[in-house]
Ligand binder design. Structure first.
Ligand SMILES: NC(=O)N[C@@H](CC(=O)O)C(=O)O
Ligand SMILES: [Zn+2]
Ligand SMILES: [Zn+2]
Length: 420
């Protein structure tokens, strides 16, 4: 294995120092290393994404495990959790092992499959959670993301089932009866545009129900893509009572608002929908405070024909892996320790993922990323490594450039380019 010397790197914004990487770990010395000029660069622990859609198997035209892994590495990630809404659905040991193996073969980030809660995401019958947990993929997080586990009895049983192995149910909180036909956030803008609304209460009602179920069962709940100020209040109260609940917010819900729907450009169509400016402010405050634990991308690549069509027919979702850190930097500023906490350490801890989200101290696994905070870049969809182009930031200038990423001491990105 090649050794590396990161010369003049700043660990989480601290004074410049030299960091050595030897045999996959951070070291205080090395012999004959490859020297990387890291002056002006900030080192963060490799980012961990608890919510990624990789689309393989089934929609390899939109993304594959390999292209999604490359996109992740370029975004500074060293581990991603792949959602189960593939085709076939990741609801058996066979499918989660396939995704896990494809991730290993790509070798760009650690790909950890999330298992479906219900067979075929149909919300009728529990999937083989135990078989997925004991498979080679070692699944600990289960989610029907894309769909809500709406049946409270099934949700309760799922929470009970995963408690045995300290698993987590990650809920896509959307009361389906309240969002029938919904196209965007229900509010002033939807009224003006004449589009059917997705009311905030459809999310908040499910979160309120699920924190009560998790409390009753004593089990772990994770709330996907929290998008409203009301959801933050429900979470705040549940956490104050000691409920074992964690929550994520996406970069786009931290930056964008429902006003963008006025363009009728489906690139802004996403679930849950973009909300109002006051929701955005509440989400930012909750993230700083810790009521929302982490940032997760909900990277949702879609083929051109599923996005470049009429708003009503477009699939919801945005790509996000390559812009997540720049967006968070623009929202939080250079609060490196907070960024490391919300994008690396806490997601790794929630998932029980060892070797990621660790301190950048001697002896730690060399999973890290180097960022140039002074760079500003205009997002060009054509330059994305993702197979899909549905970024809402085309033409937007964002701060920060991911210069290098290391996975267990081997570079996956150097000079801002993927190494394979
Ligand atoms: N976020 C989205 O709008 N879409 C996701 C599903 C989801 O995260 O709910 C997708 O799979 O495309
Ligand atoms: Zn979802
Ligand atoms: Zn999702």
């Amino acid at each position: 294995m090649t050794s590396y010397l990161l010369r003049g790197v700043s660990l989480l914004g601290a004074a410049p120092t030299d960091v050595h990487i030897v045999d996959g770990r951070i070291s205080d010395r090395s012999s004959d290393p490859e020297i990387i000029d890291a002056a002006g660069l900030v080192a963060l622990p490799g980012l961990v994404d608890l919510h990624t859609h990789l689309r393989e198997p089934g929609r390899e035209d939109a993304e594959t495990v390999e292209t999604g892994s490359r996109s992740a590495a370029l975004g500074g990630y060293t581990a991603v959790f792949a959602m189960a809404n593939t085709s076939p659905v990741a609801d058996t040991a066979g499918v989660v092992e396939q995704v896990w193996r494809l991730g290993r073969e790509a070798g760009l980030v650690d790909v950890q499959p999330i298992g479906a809660v219900t067979v075929g995401l149909a919300g009728k019958q529990l999937a083989e959670l135990g078989a997925m947990a004991s498979s080679a993929a070692g699944v600990r997080i289960f989610s029907d993301d894309g769909h809500c586990v709406a049946d409270p009895r099934l949700m309760r049983r799922a929470l009970e089932y995963v408690k045995a192995f300290d698993g987590i149910i990650a809920q896509h909180a959307e009361e389906p009866r309240l969002t029938e036909g919904a196209q965007m956030h229900e509010g002033e803008v939807s009224t003006r545009l004449g589009l059917t609304g997705w009311p905030a209460v459809a999310e908040e009602a499910i979160i309120a129900r699920d924190v009560l179920l998790a409390e009753h069962v004593g089990s772990r709940l994770h709330v996907c893509h929290v998008s409203t100020a009301g959801s933050v209040e429900v979470l705040r109260q549940a956490k104050a009572r000691g409920v074992r609940v964690t929550a994520e917010v996406t970069p786009h819900h931290l930056l964008l608002t429902d006003e963008l729907a006025a363009s009728y450009d489906p690139v802004y169509k996403v679930n849950p929908p973009l909300r109002t400016a006051s929701d955005v402010q509440a989400l930012r405050d909750a993230l700083v405070e810790g009521v929302i634990d982490i940032v997760a991308t909900d990277h949702a690549p879609h083929a051109v024909e599923d996005k470049e069509c009429e708003w009503a027919y477009a699939r919801p979702g945005m790509v996000g892996l390559e812009t997540a850190l720049p967006v968070v930097l623009s929202v939080l500023g250079e609060r490196w320790d907070l960024i490391a906490e919300r994008m690396s350490r806490t997601p790794a801890r929630i998932a029980g993922l060892t070797g990621h989200g660790t301190d950048l101290s001697v002896g730690s696994p060399a999973n890290l990323t180097l960022v140039d905070p002074s760079a500003r870049r205009v997002v060009d969809p054509a330059e994305l490594a993702s197979r899909s182009r549905n970024t809402p930031y085309a033409g937007t200038t964002l701060p920060g450039r991911i210069v290098a990423t290391f996975l267990r001491g081997e570079p996956t990105v150097l000079d801002g380019k993927a190494v394979k």
